[in-house]
Structures are given as C-alpha cells and as structure tokens.
Write a new protein. Structure first.
Ligand SMILES: [Zn+2]
Ligand SMILES: [Zn+2]
Length: 208
C-alpha cells in the first residue's frame, strides 16, 4: 500500500485544518479545505502538482481561501452537491448580518471584535465536480476514497487514504460526537459509516 504523507496548515480565525494529501515522495497532491490565508497555503504547496481542491464541507472557515487558491493553481474545486446550499446559507448570513455564521463560536468572535468576515475574494459556490460516496480519487500513486459523512452538514465528506481519514468537522472537539479533546479520538478505533450501497457500485477511479 502506498504510504500517505499528510501535511497540515492551520488557517484562519477558527484554526481550521487545511490538509495537503499526497503519497510519500510524490508531487501530485490534493488540497483539502483551503479555509483562509491563501498565501500561506500556496507557499505550502509550492513545488507540488496540486490536482484538485477538495472541500470536506462549505462552512466559511473551510472556504475563505478557495477563490484565490483555485485561481492561482488553476485546478477544479470538488465537493458534495449538497454543500452548495450550505455555502448559499453562509452568503445569506453574511448579507443579512454583516458576518458569517460561526455557530456557537459566533458570539465569542463578535465579543472579541473578530467578526468572521471575508478575507479575500469570495468563492462563487460553483463546484467543478461533485463527489459521491465510494468515489476513488487517484492522486499520483495514492488512492483516496471519498466517504459521504453527513451530520455536521448534509454534504460533508471525509477522505480515506492509507489508513488515514481526513474528516473535516465530522469529528472535532466539541462537535457532534461531543468530543472534548482530540485525545478522545485515540480510543475510537474503527469508524463505521453506513452506506447506501456497496462502494464498487459508486463509480470507478477518477484520475485527477
Ligand atoms: Zn464546519
Ligand atoms: Zn470548521
């Protein structure tokens, strides 16, 4: 099995994880959730061949860097079709309240004088490709499987590669599983995800 060499860039006001997912030693990479600080994200992928941007979901803290990063790299933006409505909600909230909806953290950010607002040109919300459960993204030698993991948002996806699962906010401290610390994940062991059908019926590998 090809070993994955994940690299994390923590970005934005909510310390969101942006992941660079590639096989050890390979140039081809997926860029997951460029949530803010486009210049730092671009610096982190300099010298790599990013084949696509993948959004685990479209809460603003996972999306604010998408427009400048996609423009600079010229690569498609992929996500689950149901996330287009989530981003539309974020834009409507911004239009109505002058800032994004950060859920339970909203009041805290406002009190700290850090209302969540656009930091760059905003993403249009148009996905260049829709991800479905069981889909395989071939990233150089690395096989990355898409898992539809709704709960945090309807179109949330996780990415599985070489025993690593990149979950976006499907699992996070204080999140829907009521984790209080990342240590709570240590004993989690196997993650069981209900499927609508066997993965082999969900489409073959997609080369990016
Ligand atoms: Zn989220
Ligand atoms: Zn988040």
């Amino acid at each position: 099995m090809t070993a994955v060499a994940p690299q994390r860039v923590v970005v934005g006001s909510l310390d969101t994880n942006c992941w660079i997912v590639r096989a050890e030693g390979a140039r081809q990479a997926l860029l997951v959730d460029p949530g803010d600080e486009a210049e730092r994200v671009l610096a982190a992928v300099a010298g790599l061949d990013v084949t696509a941007i993948v959004l685990t979901h479209t809460h603003y803290d996972h999306v604010l860097g998408v427009a400048p990063v996609a423009a600079a790299l010229g690569v498609p933006v992929l996500g689950h079709a149901e996330e287009e409505a989530v981003w539309r909600h974020e834009l409507a909230h911004l239009a109505e309240h002058g800032h994004f909806d950060a859920g339970t953290a909203t009041d805290e950010l406002l009190a700290e004088g850090r209302p969540p607002r656009p930091t760059a040109e905003l993403w249009s919300g148009d996905l260049d490709g829709h991800l479905t459960d069981g889909q395989v993204l071939q990233v150089g030698p690395l096989r990355v499987e898409v898992l539809h993991t709704p709960g945090h948002t309807p179109g949330g996806v996780s990415l599985s590669a070489d025993g690593h699962v990149f979950t976006g906010d499907t699992l996070f401290p204080g999140g829907s599983k009521r984790l209080t610390s990342s240590k709570d994940l240590t004993g989690l062991g196997e993650l069981r995800i209900p499927r609508t059908g066997p993965p082999e019926t969900s489409g073959g590998p997609v080369s990016l």
